[in-house]
Write a protein that binds this ligand. Structure first.
Ligand code: NAP
Length: 286
């Protein structure tokens, strides 16, 4: 299959390249922002028309949530209109699109994990831009998979787990909120599930996150313990003590109902952290 990846330098984009290359039998065009700016419609159309992918995996996004709060118009340009540009480019050549979205499209107020077709109610600029992006993709292209995920951690790159580990290694003080709950997701597991999904041609909306919900604090504690930082303290704080431009939802756990019906499910988040730690340790030995 010919596969085009946007945002190829990001947490998810790097893992997509790794797994698809390892699988073999596919032609990949892995495009970073330097190769393709998704906000430029003509450039997007041209690239997609030139490469003729059968599927575009759209992982490019403006993911810095505080920057999105400070520059909401730019967040919309990248996360909403950028996604629309890609969807329209796919529609022109008859390609499918896997669009990655977020748990933050939900309000954060629920007494159960959110299902794929629950009502969205974004409460911050990043979430709003991603929610608009989802709708634009649905309107522009029937052949879409919208895959929502949450709290992605990956080998390398810029993500919560890497930041916590770097702080622990440097002996810096660590404070983490207890009143933000969601599902951590190992990029390896998200990508594996997404590749399986593409083979189904069952278009629609999916929730791919590791199983189980946890507070940021408990997640950070488990990560540090898994890497042997058992004596490193973490100060428990609440969101009100951490003034920041973006307001994350309090509870935004995702339940994978639709994918599980098709036999695609992700392991428990603790097992994923252990697998991540083992792989990190192995690569550090080499
Ligand atoms: N990380 C999470 O916890 C998380 C949670 C839920 C959903 N998601 C979603 O998952 C997807 C992948 O996230 P990620 O963690 O891989 O994010 P990431 O590491 O920030 O990667 C996103 C990539 O998009 C690129 N990009 C930004 N603006 C662009 C533009 N105008 N044109 C082309 N490329 C552009 C960035 O390039 P530069 O590096 O050059 O800026 C970056 O490499 C995103 O859709 C995100 O919303 C992520």
């Amino acid at each position: 299959m010919r596969i085009l990846i946007t945002g190829a330098g990001g947490n998810v984009g790097r893992e997509l390249q790794r797994q698809i290359t390892e699988l073999g039998g596919h032609t990949i065009s892995a495009l970073t922002q330097a190769d393709l700016d998704i906000t430029d419609f003509e450039q997007v159309r041209r690239q997609i028309a030139q490469q003729q992918p059968e599927v575009v995996i759209h992982s490019a996004a403006m993911t810095a949530v505080d920057q999105c709060a400070q520059e909401p118009d730019q967040a919309l340009r990248v996360n909403a209109y950028g996604a629309q540009n890609v969807a329209l480019g796919c529609a022109e050549i008859g390609a499918a699109m896997l669009h990655i979205s977020t748990n933050e499209v939900f309000s954060g107020e629920s007494n159960r994990a959110f299902l794929e077709y629950d009502v969205c109610n974004p409460i911050n600029a990043y979430a709003y831009s991603k929610w608009v992006g989802e709708q634009m993709v649905r309107e522009a292209l029937t052949a879409h998979y919208i895959v929502r995920t949450s709290w992605v951690f990956a080998h390398g790159g810029n993500n919560f787990v890497q930041k916590i580990l770097a702080a622990a290694a440097a002996g810096r003080a660590i404070s983490v909120v207890v009143d933000e709950v969601a599902c951590p997701t190992y990029a390896d597991d998200l990508v594996e599930a997404s590749i399986k999904l593409i083979a189904t041609k069952r278009y629609g909306t999916y929730h791919f996150a590791n199983d189980g919900a946890v507070s940021r604090y408990d997640f950070a504690r488990y990560v540090l313990d898994s890497f042997g930082y058992t004596d490193t303290p973490i100060t428990r704080i609440v969101k009100a003590q951490w003034q920041r431009p973006s307001k994350p939802p309090t509870y935004s756990a995702l339940r994978n109902f639709v994918g599980a019906q098709m036999g695609i499910s992700l392991r428990d988040w603790k097992q994923a952290v252990v697998a991540f730690a083992e792989k990190e340790c192995k690569s550090a030995e080499h």
